[in-house]
Design a binder for this molecule. Sequence first.
Ligand code: NAD
Length: 492
Amino acid sequence: MPTTLPPNSPFYRFSTSIETRCFINNTFVETADKFPIYNPSTEELSAQVSQAGVNEVDAAVDAAEKAFPAWSELSADARGACLRRLAELMVESVDELAYLEAISMGKVAAHYPGEVRWAAALLQYFAGLATELHGETSLSTAGMLNLTLRQPYGVCGAIIPWNGPLAAFAMKVGPALAAGNTLVLKPSEKSPLTALCVAKLIPKAGFPPGVLSILPGFGAVTGAAIASHMRIRKLAFTGSTRTGRIVKQLAAKSNLKHVTLELGGKSPCIVFEDADLAAAAEAAALSIAGNSGQLCYASSRVYVQASIADRFVEAYTAAFRKAMGKVGDALDPDTTHAPQADAAQFQSVMGFIEAARTQGLEPIAGGRRVGERGYFIEPTVFLDPGEGSQINREEIFGPVAVVNTFETEEEALQRANDTEYGLYSSIFTNDLKRVLRFAKGLEAGMVGVNCTSPTAPFDMPFGGFKQSGEGREFSFKSLDSWTETKTVMMKM
Ligand code: NAD
């Protein structure tokens, strides 16, 4: 049985009514196939969730197909109104959402309201863009009026990861529905509870049945059924580069559905000797400490100019420890250091650290589990492990940073770009000409200058170069990937 909270806990009232069923056609559906969710702070069972199989995916696609004509014919303003209302209802449910994320993937409940408000604001942003979706016109051919129509695909699919469950939810739902598509969304098997809680709000927000279905389940079952579905025309995926490759293959082998990919990263952060050292150390540390290192765009690879390396490493390590702060149950209001999402993530991160040790690389800070219960890892820093080392090249997705020292600007740029990833890069310097050279030279979809992730305003495109992705989210530009463009040529 899932653990229950003491009745005096502020979260007690949410613990007795956790929604665990698939949400199809505005109705909750229980399936026989269940999978467990464990609380990563305590390792106790939190819930048993219904897995959607091929039949549930088919039912959701049927409902989405049925809903599409009326939904896409609604005025953009009316679609926007549903998104706005959903955003309001999510903010009203912030405590319940915080509880559910804490007991599934360990987000610190005290920090969570900010994330819910962020996701709600993103939905509202796309609600506003719904009416801005326009085509082009041309009179450049004699005797012709030519124009383009931007039209929704119809039924779309979304597969999202566990590390920012509601953020990823809003990044898919907002533009997909604003553009007039209907959507079948699969949350991660590690963190489906907040999406299912939001599902309770979908009818209340005014969405007609079938417009948005939520199907929990594992990737190889539910995810593969969505990626291979013959009647889903567009798929938006966020997750690892490894799975992105599989999903793209499934899409190609089925109906060649359009695919956008938001994938992994190993983001470099370059600090020059002329930078504000304290500000750079703090920003770089916050970037890797956030969400216990479980962020795609975390500055996990720091390059610091050798002349300031000693001072920087000291400030950075201290800032990293301070940013992670106090270990504890994610529901405890004093906790700031979240656990890794589950046993598999914990073992994966510890595996990277142990593998480095076996190669003779000892971290200069951290490197151990904290406590014996819960999946907590110390803020960990390796110094100059070698450009080709595994910890310098692979995405670890935990509170593990690598600091490398460099001598020249040319060397820094070459090493920063020497990766198959290209999500986010950042540079700290006060030399304007150098800023311009790096803004152009860095091979990344996003470049921070005297700032780093999580800085990412949602009116600007978000996405990666190389194996970090394909297509862009956020911003008006993201609507390109949720619509087909039709050219109409009219003889006058
Ligand atoms: P993951 O690739 O393991 O899983 C992502 C999603 O894909 C999950 O819902 C999973 O169930 C599903 N999936 C797994 N196998 C599948 C299959 N065979 N067919 C269809 N679906 C399948 O990634 P994760 O561990 O959930 O998330 C962490 C990764 O996501 C990291 O690499 C991180 O960098 C990346 N990420 C990227 C962004 C971005 O915007 N670029 C944002 C967040 C996370």
